[in-house]
Design a protein around this ligand. Structure first.
Ligand code: AMP
Ligand code: MG
Length: 273
């Protein structure tokens, strides 16, 4: 399979206008079909596991993966399929829920900064500080004068992280409204999936257009050189997983990492019987 840069294929280029309507959620931008794509993901994963081991051993930098999507958009799926096989000791997954009273008493980035992975780790945010310009905006949980300042604040926060050893990869998993309907129906009718169904999701679905406007602004206002957004067509799970995995892989490859030199002079050492 030829290897176009998947980052180039999906990056919302900083400074260029992004229109959500231009992305077809069912699109496949790599020259592969489902079968081939699934095989490619497996091969990629082997390399990912190897690179993560060096990231951990070297201990020089951190990777932060931010996952945002509408309900059923596939955040959990990405965590399960892309990160599968990676040494759990080198990963931290942090889900961001409705803020607790303690979290609400602080500025909105307080809980986020605490969860940023330390060097040597891959951190995954299942939702993130972007909820503070998505659900918060759509539901008017704070006045516009407050949330509208957050885009610049977030960009500055991420710049600070990027300049301090954290590589940030932000993924907006984009599904269509029709696809969400099918997925919600599946959750509703499959006894093994009902635990994931929440009646509140239907209320969010009613606000679909408001969310799309909020996502579009989010991408336009916070896709930066130091932390660009990748907008991933996510109707097809296999393609979503392949694309996210590839982007992570391309990023890790560029680190040109090395196992650290041994702490001691090992020449001539013999392990005694
Ligand atoms: P889930 O990820 O499906 O378990 O749901 C978590 C819920 O928490 C979602 O409905 C989010 O919109 C909500 N949530 C996350 N962060 C915030 C926030 N900062 N303010 C309000 N709601 C939030
Ligand atoms: Mg949910």
């Amino acid at each position: 399979m030829s290897q176009p840069s998947v980052r180039d294929l999906h990056m919302a280029k900083p400074g260029e206008e992004f229109r959500i309507k231009d992305v077809d959620p069912a699109e496949v931008r790599l020259p592969v079909g489902k079968r081939e794509g699934k095989d490619a993901l497996k091969t990629d994963r082997q390399e990912l596991v190897r690179l993560q081991e060096i990231l951990y051993a070297e201990g020089k930098q951190a990777v932060l993966i931010v996952l945002q999507a509408m309900d059923t958009g596939g955040k959990d799926g990405v965590i399960r399929h892309v990160v599968a096989g990676v040494n759990p000791q080198g990963c931290i997954v942090t889900p961001f829920k409705v803020p607790t009273p303690e979290e609400l008493a602080h500025d909105y980035l307080w809980r986020v900064h605490k969860a940023v992975p330390p060097r040597r780790m891959i951190g995954i945010f299942n939702r993130s500080h972007y909820e503070d310009v998505l659900v918060v905006r759509v539901h008017n949980l704070v006045p516009k004068a407050v949330w509208s300042k957050r885009y610049d604040q977030i960009a500055a926060f991420e710049k600070h992280l990027a300049e301090n050893g954290v590589t940030i990869l932000k993924f907006f998993l984009h599904i269509s409204k029709e696809e969400q309907k099918e997925r919600l129906e599946e959750r509703l009718h499959d006894p093994n999936k009902q635990w994931k169904f929440s009646v509140g999701d239907l209320k969010e679905r009613e606000l679909w257009d408001d969310y799309m406007a909020a996502y579009q602004d989010m991408v336009n206002l916070t896709s930066t050189k130091w932390a660009p957004w990748y907008v991933i067509p996510a109707n097809r799970n296999w393609y979503r997983n392949l694309a996210v995995g590839r982007i992570l892989l391309e990023t890790l490859r560029e680190f040109n990492m090395q196992y650290p030199a041994p702490k001691d002079d090992l020449s001539g050492i013999v392990i005694p019987d």
